[in-house]
Design a protein around this ligand. Structure first.
Ligand code: ADP
Length: 541
């Protein structure tokens, strides 16, 4: 027997309509590429989104067309998220840190019709113009009097808005209509596309709003350092308006001092981003000997949050939520805010230990770990295997890529994350490594994340990474790459002493190399691929 309930298709524009009616005092504040601060509320935002949608239709955009963006975190980018998907087109966010070849590849692969570009990225696009598809229309996201948009090649964003009508009847779209497209950063091979739907996006917004509750809500102000140009800024463009949270966008200024100032001025309560960003902010906090005024919690994900970072934030009174996810999961899979009952039962040290895990699954995401024969392993905190996931906001295939799709799923339709993990009896995920980053030493596996986590706690270390280098006898051995904190380099003996309090002797790195900075990926994480290439001929003694 079927239930007798109405079926209403889930639709992204409904989130902004809701925010406009119910959270009209919550703001979107943006540090613009023009250099000044722009602020308006969700009602103003919707009003401009209506005009943008009409402008898109005026430019010939139809349902299913892909419209690309190459932009920082700011209100115009947010408007594009809603305007494009609202008319049934697909908002394809491009990561400006990709190589020009990768950008060209995905623009062509996606079949983009329009490309919206922040002024900062105009020079990149100008260089690419001879190779870009001839029918691609480029719109610069700038004020109508900005000189960079005077070129015949480009249209101007504000001019389009100015000339468009506010009146619109949003189309009724089946909820499985595609709404967003994001390519993985393509660390190996070409980038692969995740094609989000209205349904997956709205469900993801609902579950993150529920599960990451302490950082969202009416009166709260959230700073997405995590970019709108990659994985939907972890869903914040949707979860924030849905919950009435104000969005504070940092534009292009992501260094510690700029973030500190912005957070201080705008009374940011919660900030979300990858660990490398927080290294900069913590340095600024130490320098100023205070935290930004209303800073309450930080959501850390994208790569493992080192224990020393978690301890430092918590000692400053800032709650850490260690989260995990991936492009293919919209992206949030797990989150690490501890429930009140658990906090009461655990000492501070025990709470920190819990937070070193990647949190527990959000509603709508199922997790399983399997051995090499695809047998499910117990969630006992000991057994570790490849992590598979399923859920309503997880891809069912890669966009126009059958080969990658065939490789990614098991017989039961679960998606293989490529991460190696264990899961504790109380559901905490412990990511040991990406399968390709694990170090295979004489038939045993060494987790690079475990070593990095401990080494990051040494006062002479500012940042570090562990990679596998070839070894004649053991196949691979760990090499530790360190960025020093200050002028004195830590010695191998000091590192070994620290590590031996946590890991076995055979897991110790064989050697240490020092660099001025670690190479980063397009998503701001440490690029192990680049490090592996750099040290591919490394000779261990
Ligand atoms: P890319 O950076 O390659 O585009 P994603 O942004 O989708 O890809 O990154 C997903 C991957 O990042 C995960 O599969 C996992 O390996 C890693 N990751 C994400 N969050 C964490 C975390 N909290 N701890 C450890 N690894 C993480």
């Amino acid at each position: 027997m079927l239930g007798q309930m109405m079926h209403r298709d889930l639709s992204i524009i409904d989130i902004l309509k809701f925010a406009s009616e119910n959270h009209s005092l919550s703001e979107v504040v943006s540090l613009r590429t023009e250099g000044d601060m722009h602020r308006y509320n969700y009602t103003d935002c919707l009003s401009r989104v209506c005009k943008l949608a009409n402008a898109l239709v005026g430019l010939g955009i139809k349902k299913g067309d892909r419209v690309a963006t190459l932009a920082w975190n700011g209100y115009r980018h947010l408007e594009l998220y809603y305007g494009i998907s609202g008319i049934g087109a697909v908002c394809h966010t491009i990561n400006p840190r990709l190589s020009p070849e990768q950008m060209l590849y995905i623009i062509e692969h996606a079949g983009d019709r329009l490309l919206f570009v922040d002024t900062t990225f105009v020079p990149i696009i100008e260089k690419l113009i001879p190779k870009l598809p001839k029918n691609l229309v480029i719109i610069v996201m700038a004020s109508s009097d900005d000189s960079s948009t005077l070129s015949d090649n480009f249209l101007n964003y504000e001019q389009l808005i100015l000339e468009s009508s506010h009146d619109i009847i949003w189309p009724e779209l089946p909820e499985n209509t595609a709404a967003g497209l994001c390519y993985t950063s393509g660390t190996t091979g070409n980038p692969k596309g995740a094609l989000y739907s209205h349904r997956s996006t709205v469900l993801h917004a609902l579950t993150t709003s529920l599960n990451l509750g302490p950082s969202l809500g009416d009166g709260m102000k959230v700073l997405p350092v995590v970019p709108l140009f990659h994985v939907n800024a972890w869903g914040l463009p949707y979860a924030a308006p849905l919950t009435g949270t104000s969005l504070i966008f940092p534009g292009p200024n992501l260094d510690g001092a700029s973030l500190f100032d912005l957070m201080d001025q705008e009374n940011v309560n919660s900030a979300w981003g990858v660990p490398t960003v927080w290294l900069g902010l913590l340095e600024e906090i130490r320098k100023q000997e205070r935290v930004p005024s209303q800073f309450q919690n930080v959501v850390i994900g994208g790569s493992a949050a080192p224990k020393s970072m978690i301890e430092e934030f918590e000692s400053l009174g800032i709650t850490v939520c260690h989260a995990w996810g991936m492009t293919e999961m919209s992206p949030v899979g797990t989150q690490g805010f501890l429930p009140g009952s658990m906090k009461k039962a655990l000492s501070q040290d025990e709470q920190i230990s819990k937070k070193c895990y990647q949190g527990r699954r959000v509603f709508g995401v199922d997790l399983k770990i399997v051995d090499e024969n695809d047998n499910s392993l117990p969630h006992d905190g000991i057994a570790s295997g490849e992590l598979y996931v399923r859920g309503n906001a997880i891809i069912s295939g890669y966009y126009k890529n059958n080969e990658a799709t065939e490789e990614a799923f098991d017989k039961e339709g679960w998606f293989g994350t490529g991460d190696i993990a264990s899961i504790t009896t109380d559901g905490f995920l412990n990511i040991q490594d990406r399968a390709k980053d694990l170090i295979k030493s004489g038939g045993e596996w060494i987790s690079s994340i475990d070593i990095e986590n401990i080494v990051m706690g040494h006062p002479k270390v500012a940042n570090c990474a562990v990679i596998a280098v070839p070894h004649p006898k053991w196949e691979e051995r760990p090499l530790l790459v360190i960025v020093s904190n200050g002028d004195t380099c830590v010695t191998k003996k000091e590192i070994d002493e620290l590590l031996l309090t946590h890991i076995a002797k055979w897991q110790l790195p064989d050697a240490i190399e020092f660099l001025d900075a670690l190479p980063l990926t397009a998503t701001g994480k440490v690029s192990k691929l680049t490090l592996r290439k750099k040290f591919s001929n490394y000779k261990l003694n």
